[in-house]
Design a protein around this ligand. Sequence first.
Ligand code: AMP
Ligand code: MG
Length: 336
Amino acid sequence: MISAVLLLALAIGMIIYRLSVREETPGTESFFGMNTIMTITAYGEFRDEALYSAKLTVSELENMFSVTIPDSDVSKINTADGESVGVDEKLVYITETALEYSALTDGAFDITMYPVSKLWGFDGGENRVPSDEEISEVLKNVGYKKISVDDKAMTISVPRGTGLDYGAIAKGYAEDETVRTLKNLNIESAIINFGGSISMIGSKPSGKPWVIAIKSPEGSGSAGTLALRDCSVVTSGKHERFFTDADGREYCHIMDPNTGRPVESEFDSITVICDSAMMGDALSTAFYVKGWEWALSYRSTHPGIELVGVSGLTVYLTEGIADSFTPAEGFEAVIR
Ligand code: AMP
Ligand code: MG
């Protein structure tokens, strides 16, 4: 009888021990998706299940958004010659959201930039500098107002020649969906990094903040770190993708919808810190087009956004984030 009680106590002890170890040891999943390396690290009892569901969610979304997968919803719209295409309700939602950000940013954020990106070879083709005539020709097909969304019939259409590219918002949306998936499985501590877009759930299991590096404009080092909890940090910048012409001039992958040319920014990168990766994604792209001063004026009427801008060896910060930032050696932090 005594040995049976002892055995039972031992078994219960083992279960409790195993559960607590499972909670403290992180589960990590790294995979290639949406043209980047995606890494999710999560703590908690159901972390393995959460990571599995999150990976599935991302792959479903990629099959919907990709411009290179021929039967994705977006490819169907882009090749429908102006016909309406029935799409997933998530694509209707994200398109309506993208249109809202276009209106909020004077059209700086515009998912119809695809023909322009293609012309410059940023669709995976050969990078080149097109002629002025070629640019003005494709610009005729650009403009977010050309998109028709029917949220009852769940259809989207664009005129022939116009093409949609969700590259500046889809990763952020996928990240928000991942956060929701993890939270539904009671994950209270996790960090999700979708190449330039990071979201945190809670803090580290120790209660300390997560430490996020802001990329240095040169090489693979960092310009400094942010110590943060429970928010999203999304960066747009030229270092992500650019090419250099024979004269050494750099052309980045973010296009100015007004000119049909790569943005020439004083900034190497602009990072938005807020509570949604999708919002951060759309805004960081738009702010990269519009510049720092415009971003500050947007922020003054839309609270809940902090900014980090890297320009050479100077890191500009808005006042709400300044205390969380530690510059790397050689970099100077300036509140602006
Ligand atoms: P991000 O890295 O989020 O700033 O997104 C940049 C990507 O979005 C580019 O690689 C293009 O695929 C696409 N893109 C380029 N310019 C724009 C723009 N002005 N608005 C929306 N998407 C853009
Ligand atoms: Mg973006």
